[in-house]
Write a protein that binds this ligand. Structure first.
Ligand SMILES: [Zn+2]
Length: 244
């Protein structure tokens, strides 16, 4: 039976309900990953009052490009968007603005003028047009065999990207994937986005569509919320320690 993509069930009017639904996992993750290690002093300003680099969220692929496709038809681009929107909701919950490279699955161009390279150039240009930002590019992995599983962080070439990547990797492992034995790794030079932006950047491969257990979890809205919370917590933690 074909599994329905959770993205198709998403309705914008239910954004508030989604926020409430993820709140418990947010409190757990943000609480353990953020406040427990960096207890805020009494006079610390509210999260929204801190001057932070803009959170730039890139749901990979989209439009004509579905990315990796699972055996049951679930598209990587849909999962990427669903997780990214939950992350955007969390940012709004904290009074922080987030910029998205795409907000839905509609193509930016007509079929004739579409090119994957041009689409990546657009995303990189958007990042470079912001005076200060942190870029999370959200993707899903796939492999010819079903054995590989788990999230993988690939970070950009600079030291801050590496710090963001290793921090986010730790948070994913500690928060939701304790069985994961991977390590954060430098992104290959051939990855266009991580090589062509001037800000701290990580590409987050949340899991493998070719692994049944990963696929089931990635299609679960609650698991997507946990992923989004871990990424959001990493952004807050990274930008908080960046100020010191
Ligand atoms: Zn991808």
């Amino acid at each position: 039976m074909e599994m329905k993509s959770p993205v198709r069930q998403r309705e914008v009017p239910f954004r508030r309900q989604r926020i409430l639904a993820v709140l418990s996992s947010v409190l757990l993750l943000i609480g353990s990953l953020y406040f427990a290690r960096w207890m805020l002093p009494e006079r610390e300003p509210a999260l929204a009052e801190l001057k932070r680099p803009v959170l730039l969220i890139d749901p990979g692929h989209g439009g004509y490009d579905g990315g990796a496709i699972a055996y049951n038809g679930v598209k990587e681009s849909d999962l990427n968007l669903s997780i990214a929107l939950k992350m955007q909701d969390l940012a709004a919950f904290y009074g922080l603005s987030a910029v998205m490279t795409r907000q839905d699955d509609s193509p930016r161009t007509d079929t004739a003028s579409y090119s994957e390279h041009e689409d990546l150039v657009y995303r990189a240009d958007l990042a470079n047009s912001l005076s200060s930002c942190i870029l999370f590019s959200i993707h899903q992995n796939t492999f010819p065999t079903s054995q590989p599983s788990g999230a993988q962080i690939l970070y950009g070439p600079d030291a801050e990207s590496r710090r963001l990547g290793e921090l986010t990797h730790r948070n994913l492992i500690n928060g939701i994937q304790p069985e994961n034995r991977r390590v954060a790794a430098p992104a290959p030079k051939e990855l266009f986005l991580t090589s062509h932006v001037n800000c701290p950047v990580i590409l987050v491969e949340c899991g493998f569509l070719s692994n049944l257990s990963d696929l089931q979890r990635l299609c679960d809205g609650r698991y997507q919320s946990s992923l989004a919370a871990a990424l959001m917590g990493s952004y807050l933690q990274f930008t908080d320690t960046s100020r010191i």
